[in-house]
Design a protein around this ligand. Structure first.
Ligand code: ATP
Ligand code: MG
Length: 200
């Protein structure tokens, strides 16, 4: 049986449907600091936006650790962080350069430890010195050398929203999930500030 006029939705009613959210969306603000925030990133622009939000409260000497499987969006997020710090140049992956320096409201050091073979190579990068000099450090693959910088850092774990991390969904539209935790009082303050910015 065809639906009566009152049951069917008119084109006008259909148009009123809220659009699917495309920005970063807070899924959970967990009570325990170690559980942190869970943020849905439906598409790459949401990852960039999250980076921009992180830049708003960034202070000299802050450290962010970006973790997640290959292609999870770590560099993409640092791109947003850079824009939020007023950096206009291209934010290329430091896979081979290991460390890229960008000048903005604060100096951003974008680091990738994927190709570092031994911790003796870390001293050449001068990470502690960069933080002490007032830079902001965004470090990919820091989990390979967790003591390369202060443990009081924001930890951003990215994963594919669908499928296992080792078998990422073929559709980038599936998006990502970010879990953000802190490692000490300094990063706890940044986490609280971010939670307030993400709150609906
Ligand atoms: N939330 C998202 N939803 C869908 N695609 C995304 C999302 N965030 C980032 N991407 C896309 O994922 C791809 C890989 O991103 P990116 O290069 O930043 O990953 P990565 O984690 O730095 O990789 P690598 O481990 O090789 O350094 C890019 O095409 C980017 O646009
Ligand atoms: Mg990368």
């Amino acid at each position: 049986m065809r639906p009566s006029r009152s049951e069917s939705s008119s084109p006008g009613e259909r148009a009123k449907k809220p659009p699917r959210p495309t920005g970063p969306r807070l899924l959970a603000d967990c009570d325990q600091p170690q559980a942190g925030l869970l943020v849905r990133l439906p598409r790459a622009t949401a990852t960039v936006r999250l980076g921009r939000l992180l830049a708003v409260d960034a202070l000299p000497g802050d450290v962010l650790s970006l973790a997640g499987p290959l292609g999870a969006g770590k560099t993409c997020l640092v791109g947003g962080l850079a824009r939020g710090l007023g950096i206009t140049g291209i934010v290329a992956s430091p896979s081979f350069s290991l460390i890229n320096q960008h000048s903005g409201r604060l100096t951003l050091y974008h680091v990738d430890l994927y190709r570092i073979g031994h911790e003796s190579e870390l001293s050449d990068l001068g990470l502690w010195e960069a933080a002490e000099a007032g830079g902001v450090l965004a470090i990919e693959w820091l989990e390979r050398f967790p003591d390369a910088v202060s443990r009081d850092r924001l930890q951003i774990d990215l994963r594919y929203a669908e499928g296992s991390p080792l078998q990422p969904s073929p559709s980038p539209a599936e998006g990502r999930l970010a879990r953000i935790t802190c490692g000490g009082p300094r990063s706890a303050a940044r986490l609280a500030a971010l939670a307030a910015r993400l709150a609906p």
